[in-house]
Design a protein around this ligand. Structure first.
Ligand SMILES: [Zn+2]
Ligand SMILES: [Zn+2]
Length: 399
């Protein structure tokens, strides 16, 4: 049933959604080596009052795990790549360092969005020879982030992050805080705890800083995680890490943003490779060579939740990345009423079409036949939902 009012509403929502999805920003903060029992694994959240405050506005992943190697040199590249990757030695511009064999989220972002390096910042303390992203033939140095490696402490990195927010306003910021791991290795519990409290304060401050800036306010998704935890008390205690114990593997996951569920605790088992893939999803880019999965369960969008299929209803769209000539293919067990919905990653409906009865058997429909040709959205990632009688199936579509 469509009347003039619904049509006008749809037209309005298309315009609004486009403006919103084009302005999607992401900040990622990595706190190196905080053990889960000192972060969200502590029911009193004694040392993380700020992240606990943000959790009220967002989602905690209670079963987020480093499922590979629990050392920084392997786990940070895995967080970048959305995949466990070989980390290889090289000499680059006269310095000995190493690089990730697989492409990183920075490269996916800059290539897919055709974004200049100022749109993508990697902030960390001063390191003479920072680890490098990939030399992948399809991505590589041309798409690396702007690396801002300066200062000695987490506070220095936080200050530099605020300067970049003020002066440059990138869409994508990755902030690496190293102090907790160093303090942990000292074996001094008080020192270790004080760096966690400080990193927590920085997370809260940076979030508030973004919310005070109209460029970022209500348009930014923040993700916080760790590369690894530290040994639990049965495996040597907090000073070191690197094994497969619960303490080394269990890490925090916090997300806050416009389409992230509020006050939600997810108990879905998720792992390191899912991190960059989920952030890529929010950025609207395709992490083509990643192995992780999008953590759909953390998002409010209903179309996202129904991602996958119900009642064994499957369909494909080819080619995808799509244009008006792309064709949906699906099989009907019996004559059925068919319709489609295109929505953006916030769940805003951009287009509804089809609404026709089709016979049993394999069916194909081009996006043009569905009436999408005049309504193709801006380039980016969207969801196409196929409704057949009472069943629905959604897949990721890229324009
Ligand atoms: Zn360490
Ligand atoms: Zn361990």
């Amino acid at each position: 049933m469509r009347n003039l009012a619904t049509v006008l509403l749809l037209l309005f929502s298309v315009g609004f959604s486009r403006a919103q999805s084009d302005d999607n920003k992401v900040m990622i903060i990595i706190i190196d080596g905080a053990r889960y029992t000192e972060t969200f694994g502590d029911p009193q959240h004694t040392y993380i009052p700020e992240m606990w405050r943000l959790a009220g506005e967002g989602t905690i992943g209670d079963k987020f795990y480093n499922n590979g190697i629990t050392v920084t040199a392997k786990a940070i590249p895995a967080l970048w790549c959305g995949a466990w990757t070989a980390v290889l030695d090289t000499v680059y511009q006269g310095s000995s360092t190493n690089y990730a064999q697989k492409p990183t989220i920075f490269e996916y972002f800059r290539k897919d969005k055709q974004a200049p390096s100022e749109e993508c910042f990697y902030l960390l303390k001063y390191i003479a020879d920072p680890w490098l992203p990939s030399f992948d033939a399809d991505y590589g140095p041309e798409y690396w982030p702007e690396v801002y490696s300066d200062g000695a402490t987490d506070d220095d990195v936080a200050g530099n992050t605020k300067s970049v927010i003020d002066d440059i306003k990138p869409h994508f910021l990755w902030v690496y805080l190293a102090d907790v791991d160093h303090a942990g290795h000292s074996g001094d519990w008080e020192n270790y705890i004080s760096t966690i409290v400080n990193a927590d304060r920085i997370v809260g401050e940076l979030w508030d800083y973004l919310q005070a800036d109209p460029f970022y306010k209500d348009q930014t998704t923040l993700f916080v995680t760790n590369d690894h935890g530290r040994h639990d008390d049965q495996h040597g205690g907090f000073q070191n890490h690197g094994c497969g114990c619960e303490g080394c593997r269990h890490i925090e996951f916090l997300a806050v943003g416009p389409n992230v569920k509020k006050g939600f605790v997810s108990d879905v088992y998720r792992t390191t490779p899912d991190f960059a893939v989920t952030a890529s999803f929010v950025l609207g880019v395709d992490p083509a060579k990643a192995t992780g999965n999008v953590m759909y369960e953390i998002f409010e969008n209903e179309a996202v939740e129904s991602y996958g299929s119900s009642d064994n209803l499957f369909f494909t769209v080819a080619p995808n990345p799509a244009d008006e000539n792309s064709v949906m293919t699906f099989t009907l067990q019996s004559a059925s009423k068919v319709s489609v919905v295109l929505s953006n990653i916030y769940g805003n409906v951009l287009f509804k079409g089809g609404e026709m009865t089709m016979p049993a058997g394999e069916q194909t429909l081009s996006l043009r036949e569905l009436g999408l040709s005049g309504n193709l959205p801006h380039s980016g990632m969207y969801f196409l939902t196929l409704n057949i009688d009472n069943a629905a199936s959604t897949l990721k579509i890229i324009f």
